[in-house]
Ligand binder design. Sequence first.
Ligand code: ZN
Length: 325
Amino acid sequence: MTTVEPRIHVLSIPTPFPVGPVNVYLLEGEPLTLVDAGPLTDEALEALANGVRDLGYSLADIEQLVITHAHHDHFGLARQVVERSGAALLSFHQNRLPLEDFETWWAQRVAFVAELVASEGAPKAALEDIKVMSGFQIYATSVPEVTPLQDNDRVQMGDTTWRAIHTPGHALGHLCFYHPESQLLLSGDHLLRDITSNPVVETPRVGMRRRPRSLPDYKRSLHRLRELEVSKVLPGHGEPVHDHRALVDEILTHHEERGRLIWELLKAKDRTVYELGRALFGEELPGVELFLVMSEIIGHLDVLELQGKARRVERDGQATWTAIS
Ligand SMILES: [Zn+2]
């Protein structure tokens, strides 16, 4: 049996976010496929069109666009690509709301985040900073229709067939794609070499009784990826990774140490998420950074709560966390 190696190319697309450029992958063959698209900016569209052209195609040739997760830097340009090419757009079924009605979803998300950080101890002044998130709406727009994918679906991308692996954590509807024959893994933002992939607090979706627990989900997904035989990880940002198990172990250790630190802080005295953030990261926590810090701490508190080591006590809409030793 001859193994077909994916004909896969990486395009580096600029973003206006601190994370830096995003990696978009072009897979040659039938259907000509893009994995992710970049944010909705003129610079990103130009870089995408030029990158595709340098490989001998135009955006109009794209037959399929696969979105790893519903974050601006990955799907912002999706509509532009679909409009120019008529490409089918595939993503995890949970991404239908954010992708098909992005404006509504983003407004809901900003409102949810504002309420959450307020109940977890952020002062009023900090809440004003959170509103900068509303401005991020310009970096993405809704797409007409998503073809929904399920966990373990087989997806033909270019010459080769990949397996969709649902890896919630960094984003609820996050998918990685695995090609068993070449052992390549398209990891989206779940596994990144130089950046800690922040398991961001998620908005509950229709039918959910509570918000998803992002860090416990993220760790479970890491364990799942660790089981795979992987020769090379092709991530959503930065350089490829060759020893994915070492990276998974490093990330798990990092989270374990941080979790322990938070537990120690709680054992010393009860604190709000905001107070824990200041104790860990310093006094100045502006805007989006504040949300990311609080998000990370909430993740660790979710883990501690599931382990029976911490408890959330809410009084008059204000939560305090307490250690159970
Ligand atoms: Zn990203």
